[in-house]
Design a protein around this ligand. Structure first.
Ligand SMILES: Cc1cc2nc3c(=O)[nH]c(=O)nc-3n(C[C@H](O)[C@H](O)[C@H](O)COP(=O)(O)OP(=O)(O)OC[C@H]3O[C@@H](n4cnc5c(N)ncnc54)[C@H](O)[C@@H]3O)c2cc1C
Length: 512
């Protein structure tokens, strides 16, 4: 039976991380705002989006004030670590290792997402947001300033009106699809399969490091925990993430570029995923006594999509409901943080009547321009054909150090100095420094991909993948200066280029 309609300032569709965060920000900034969060599920299940970066951690710990909760209920992350082999089921000790040695100076976390999403939704409720759960938004009729929504809950259908409707429904993109603003991004044909595992051997254990500390260990001593890193096992056209979780499980996923890498053909999907992981250089060692949770196995055949518009009067898209590119470097929660902060900022101004109608329209136009500009630039600067590098330790190391150093410089640093910078998607502003950073990174990426292709055709690709350790001490605090990682990346790049010149000369010498 339909109830009489109730009016809200904001209705948020989806009460997971992005939806709850947006509702929390809006209520904290405007304690009289009437906000409703509608969440479809009665219980959050396990999901990806477990590894945070320094930016998404800044959002969670500082902006949402979750420092204590994160320290208590989740794991501290120790940065990124990469392992390379030659595809012959090598032991971990034979693989090369690329990372930093020290404990990172900025915090980041390995999250139990179902737990964190629940904490955030509980916080929303405790701080005065209404929550309807389990309930599903079924219909949206746009009308400024009073759109109409039909919600299906446990007690039947309910009609409400709202000044703003924020879609945080994740990859379902409930509102964006209805409005026809979501498009599949075919320039980046990646797929992913993942599951949680039990009994994965720890990278910090006796089994890996040896029983007797007086004897030489297979892996040299570093002060940071290797297990707490997001460990990556790499190959041409694919990479695997290994993320430790607080309850002892390990999240392991395989992401591949469908143009470059095909899964084994025999067996069900989860069997092919499992047999491939067990055969991976280095990773196979860690999985010897481990069991895969087959009920938790998930896979997506296509990951990348975007929206042509993020917002208009009365509606907005945030987090995965707006766009997703690629999980490599974990930018997903960065996008959730940035889009949530930017959207809440704009809606807050409207609710406080800080903008007249032309002012609101121009703020919305600027918001759309920044987010839609950021996506293709982010893709070209970081991900275009990037999977061609992943089987070559040297080229991947150059990319890793330079990308990460640029990330600290251009993305992590800004919001620490002025939190309003969190509303700016990377490369979104049409200003000289953003354009220059974009061009520089695009050029670097293109050059490395070009060298990877040349190495493939010469048969020298991945030739230095065994027994090689490459570490920098730290990534700095995100201050605007060249970091040790920058120097490391530039030094390695120079070596790679010299190698190319040497190759050319020796070939020319061979011909004459
Ligand atoms: C393979 C893979 C690996 C990833 N790894 C990482 C990583 O390590 N680090 C990282 O930062 N990011 C990662 N990401 C990205 C990350 O998972 C997402 O960016 C993040 O989980 C999105 O959160 P969200 O709150 O926007 O959406 P979701 O977490 O998907 O939440 C959407 C919510 O909306 C609800 N909902 C849906 N439809 C309706 C409706 N009609 N009515 C009401 N409620 C509805 C759902 O029940 C759900 O609770 C990864 C992504 C992929 C694909």
């Amino acid at each position: 039976m339909k109830e009489a309609s109730k009016h809200y300032d904001v209705v948020v569709i989806g009460g997971a991380l992005t939806g709850s965060s947006t509702a929390l920000l809006l209520r904290r900034w405007n304690p009289t705002a009437r906000i409703l969060v509608v969440e479809k599920t009665s219980k959050f299940d396990k999901k990806v989006g477990e590894a945070t970066t320094e930016l998404s951690s800044f959002f969670l710990s500082h902006v949402l004030r979750l420092h204590e909760l994160l320290a208590r209920e989740h794991l501290h992350k120790m940065g990124l670590r990469f392992w390379f082999g030659d595809g012959s089921e090598r032991s971990l000790a034979e693989c090369s290792e690329v990372s930093s040695e020290l404990i990172p100076s900025l915090p980041s976390y390995q999250l139990d997402r179902s737990r964190l999403d629940q904490s955030l939704l509980d916080m929303c409720q405790a701080e005065g947001t209404e929550v309807l759960r389990p309930a599903k938004v079924k219909k949206f009729e746009q009308e400024w300033p009073k759109s109409r929504l039909t919600i299906e809950g446990e007690d039947g259908e309910l009609e409400v009106t709202a000044r703003w409707v924020v879609d945080a429904s994740g990859k379902r993109c409930w509102l964006g699809r209805k409005l026809g603003v979501i498009e599949r991004f075919d320039d980046h044909p990646t797929a992913a399969s993942w599951s949680r595992w039990r009994g994965v051997t720890s990278l910090d254990s006796q089994e890996v490091l040896g029983r007797d500390v007086r004897e030489e260990s297979a892996l040299h001593y570093i002060p940071a925990s290797r297990r707490l890193c997001t460990n990556h096992f790499m190959g041409h056209g694919w990479w695997c993430w290994v993320i430790p979780l607080v309850d002892g499980e390990t999240s392991i996923g395989l992401v591949r570029d469908r143009r470059l890498f095909e899964m084994p053909r025999e067996g069900a999907k989860h069997e092919r995923y499992e047999s491939f992981l067990r055969s991976c250089d280095g990773l196979g060692d860690l999985l010897k006594g481990a069991q895969l949770d087959t009920d938790d196995f998930r896979s997506y055949e296509h990951l990348a999509y975007r929206s042509t518009q993020y917002m208009d009067r009365g509606w907005a898209l945030v987090g995965d409901a707006a766009a997703f590119i690629d999980p490599f470097y974990s930018p997903g929660l960065d996008h959730c943080a940035i889009s949530s902060f930017a959207t809440a900022n704009l809606i807050d101004k409207d609710l406080k009547q800080a903008l007249d109608e032309p002012g609101l329209d121009s703020a919305i136009a600027a918001h759309n321009a920044r987010f839609t500009r950021s996506y293709p630039r982010y893709f070209e600067a970081l991900y275009k054909d990037k999977y061609e590098l992943f089987g070559d330790a040297e080229l991947s190391a150059v990319a890793f150090y330079l990308d990460t150093a640029m990330y600290y410089l251009g993305v992590v640093h800004g919001p620490q100095v002025d939190v309003e910078e969190l509303a700016e998607p990377p490369f979104g502003r049409n200003i000289l420094p953003a354009r220059m950073a974009f061009r520089l990174m695009k050029l670097t990426n293109r050059r490395l991909v070009h060298i990877a292709r040349k190495r493939q055709s010469r048969g020298t690709y991945g030739k230095r993948n065994l027994g090689w350790r490459c570490m920098t001490d730290n990534f700095g605090r995100g201050r605007r200066k060249i970091s040790p990682a920058h120097w490391k990346g530039l030094g390695l790049w120079a070596k790679v280029e010299l190698g190319e010149v040497w190759e050319k000369l020796s070939r020319a010498g061979g011909r004459t």
